[in-house]
Design a protein around this ligand. Sequence first.
Ligand code: HEC
Ligand code: HEC
Ligand code: HEC
Ligand code: HEC
Length: 468
Amino acid sequence: MSGGIVAGRTAWVLSALGGLFALVVAVGLFILGSGIAGGTPATAAPSSVSNGGVHLGVASCSGSTCHGRQEADGQVVRQDELLRWQEPSSPSGAHSRAFAILAEPRSVDIARRLGLASAETAPMCLGCHSDNASHGPRFQLSDGIGCEACHGGAQNWLSSHYAVGATHQGNVANGLYPLTEPRARAELCADCHFGSNRPGQFVNHKIMAAGHPRVSFELDLFSTLQAHHDEDEDYVARKGKQSNVRMWAVGQAVMLDRALTLFSDNRIAQEGIFPEFYFFDCHTCHRQISDDAGFRATAVANPGRPIPSGMPAFNDENMIMLLAAARVTAPSLASQFDANSRAFHAALASDRGSAVRAAGRLRATASALANNFSRTDFSRAQVFQIVDAVSSPANLARYTDYEGAVQAVMATDTLLNALVNSGYVGAGSATSIRADIAYSAVREPNAFRPLEFRAAIGRATRAIRALR
Ligand code: HEC
Ligand code: HEC
Ligand code: HEC
Ligand code: HEC
């Protein structure tokens, strides 16, 4: 039922956000959507990512009787995962290309500007563009981000995971990474799709200034874009029903937690006499200026960021989304979260010690929200309320810059998709609304107009509300 809408979603999102995503146009995706309701509550997630022991290499997974089939005719899993992971024309193949991209002209230019001999040998690139773990003999760096980078080193579960009677829980106990748990999945993706404090996993502003594309992420959307599995009955029986909204909400909390953790790390958070710019909203520095008397400043006042004008603002895309989700499902934490996020912005104008302490308090609330969302079954009414909250007047006033606006667009798309996957909204009505989710208002970062964006996202929200 939902294959069509998800495929449509993918193609649409990629072409609409062409300026944001590196890859364009996906066709014929096969993913069955995951619903809102139900689901086994996630158990405690690991606090930091461990992708297992020795990585045996993609060759150990890709046998023609294993995950290397030409057709998706496996009894339990598709078994053509290798092909999906390699798919050249779609984002589902992005990870297999991650190493190869380091030899291409864009990377060569980045490396030259950074004074690196080559991107393919530079630890500051390999941390995210390869599977940087300890290796077995069949492992090849050129495989890029292989199966075990996400599923965990297979040393202790390779031979047992296809045995008769093997269970998901048993595999996880043997070291398979628990990707079905939103918090665990988010921590893993965040390592490369935001950064970590491990060597080579931080794409700092110097790398950005050398030409690296902006890194933008939303857990549910990006999971859909790279999926190589079907969430069929058998999957649900083995692993429980997944929830798009839970994935989205937990993803927001974990990404914020990660940003604040790294910001608080002295080794990462400073560059010479400056703070590390990566943590700040890019366009709060990169604005046009003019000496003309008639020049109209492009900055717009932002009530969610109590900082003096003339100072860059911390990138608060995830804070804005989290508050929307918290207001609906965890009102008691929401006001605390709101107060802590304002206090954090304000502390940035004071001194680093205060800012790090305020970051710690905000992180604690974000982490409490992640736990809370991990246990929440988002009801139909709540999903509609979150759609409203994303574009509530309080939130609209906070879309002053590009990053937050992009996150709002991805959220609205994800929430609409969740309503469709749960059968609450017809695919036809969703398709026509999707055309108006303000994608065009975030297509060109340098031409971002807050007021036009607010009008556009407001229209989409009203159209979704009408489906209630
Ligand atoms: C923190 C992890 C991280 C580090 C470190 C990193 N990258 Fe990336 N890189 C990414 C991610 C994630 C993307 C995809 C961004 C997206 O589309 O959302 C990407 C995308 C790219 C792209 C565009 C890919 C395409 O398909 O067009 C190039 C080129 C690139 N990186 C080169 C480099 C080089 C060269 C280095 C080292 C100087 C480097 N990266 C370091 C995470 C990283
Ligand atoms: C970027 C991370 C990532 C990479 C790389 C990756 N996977 Fe996955 N894979 C996932 C996620 C997320 C899921 C969905 C959650 C789950 O079921 O574990 C998944 C699901 C699967 C499933 C479905 C399991 C089921 O129970 O139905 C199989 C099989 C699988 N992957 C095999 C592979 C193989 C083989 C490779 C390498 C060719 C690979 N994956 C590479 C993230 C990844
Ligand atoms: C080891 C680092 C690493 C991990 C872990 C990782 N990614 Fe990626 N991902 C990358 C890099 C690097 C790219 C860009 C590759 C390129 O375009 O050459 C990328 C690209 C993608 C893309 C394509 C984006 C686009 O612009 O089309 C999607 C979707 C994606 N990742 C989803 C995920 C999800 C979901 C997870 C967690 C389950 C995950 N990734 C985990 C490094 C990683
Ligand atoms: C605190 C202010 C500040 C923030 C925040 C900031 N930058 Fe910069 N950026 C600078 C400065 C200063 C330069 C150097 C300008 C120069 O060399 O003329 C620069 C240069 C660049 C350049 C090279 C531009 C050129 O023409 O050479 C790029 C690309 C860039 N930044 C991207 C980003 C991205 C992406 C972000 C957000 C993740 C960001 N910046 C956040 C201050 C900032």
